[in-house]
Design a protein around this ligand. Structure first.
Ligand code: RIB
Length: 314
């Protein structure tokens, strides 16, 4: 399957994950421990890896998208619901719970690099109840990350129909129980997360991504390692690795670019597109996302992704 977009009917992606209010300050550089620096104006914008990926799957991936998550009973929740609804994401799997909406404190430096601390709040209450189970059972692809309880990730994987791919974006990286490793069909990680999960954490990821992927393939059938501006590596058991080149862009804000990649990857897989081609489309969407500020606001529209893809294919 070499084609994506127009030639495959959109499928359904169910994202099980976090939603955060991103509280963002632009800084000339990230502060060192114990240091105070002055930044720019404070911005509040919709974020959270789960919600970002859902917005990207819907807007940039064109998928019928459902979010299973949790929000507080506060105005942060309203901000997120507006953004999700604007992108066409279904939110009946997102209850309002007795904890504040998740919040992420983000600094963005002049070169577009971010540093993030998350206060999970309501995200710690995301569960797979009967309603969520029914939604997950309707998915063509289930996509999760690690800003919610790991038991919920396991339950989400267990609720999908047989044969439906379970895609895990192992971010932020943490030790994974065997139940998660057993459930994963496609693992999406950046180089640092790949090194952590391959037991090489703490060092600079000096090892080649393909070496890290080899280690991870002993536990999951397919791995996508995202390489920032360099594109991505798609590694599958019993198949040659595919290096997907990046496209050149000027980075303004990298926040949420990985989430855009994951959401679009899942949307392409839900269309029945092959993993390497899905990574190509996702890479273009992720690259477009770094050219503008914010997380959900930065996710491009599908027409722009497909037009850029066509230009780069030549
Ligand atoms: O991946 C970017 C996201 O990480 C931000 O939107 C922030 O909320 C944190 O979850």
């Amino acid at each position: 399957m070499g084609n994506s977009g127009g030639e495959h009917a959109a499928g359904r992606v169910v994202v099980v994950g976090s939603a955060n209010v991103d509280v963002v300050v632009d800084v000339p550089r990230h502060p060192r421990g114990g240091e105070t620096i002055l930044g720019g104006e404070l911005r509040r914008s919709p974020g959270g890896k789960g919600a970002n990926q859902a917005v990207a799957a819907a807007r940039a991936g064109g998928a019928d998208t459902v979010l299973v998550g949790a929000l507080g009973r506060d105005d942060g929740a309203e901000l997120l619901l507006r953004s999700l609804a604007g992108a066409g994401v279904r939110t009946d799997g997102v209850p309002r719970v007795g904890a504040p909406t998740g919040t992420a404190l983000i600094t963005v430096s002049t070169d577009g690099e971010n540093a993030i601390v998350v206060a999970p709040g309501a995200n710690d209450r995301v569960t797979v109840d009967d309603g969520a189970r029914e939604l997950i059972a309707s998915a063509d692809v289930v996509l999760a990350q690690l800003e919610i309880p790991v038991e919920t990730v396991v339950a989400a994987a267990g609720a999908r129909r047989p044969g439906v791919p379970f895609v895990l974006n192992a971010a932020p990286s943490r030790d994974l129980p065997d139940a998660v490793w057993r459930a994963v069909d496609v693992l999406v990680v950046n180089e640092h997360e790949a090194a952590d999960l391959a037991g090489r954490g703490g060092e600079n990821p000096a090892e080649e991504p393909s070496e890290l992927a080899r280690v991870l393939l002993s536990r999951v059938p397919a791995v996508v390692v995202t390489l920032g501006g360099e594109g991505s590596l798609v590694a599958r058991r019993g198949r040659l690795d595919v290096r997907v080149p990046g496209i050149e862009v000027v980075a303004v804000d990298t926040t949420g670019a990985g989430d855009t990649f994951c959401g679009v990857l899942a949307a392409e897989l839900a269309r029945g597109v092959d993993l390497a081609e899905a990574a190509r489309v996702a890479g273009v969407a992720g690259a477009l996302a770094v050219t503008r500020p914010g997380a959900q606001e930065a996710a491009p529209h599908r027409a722009e992704v497909l037009a850029t893809l066509r230009r780069h294919r030549g």
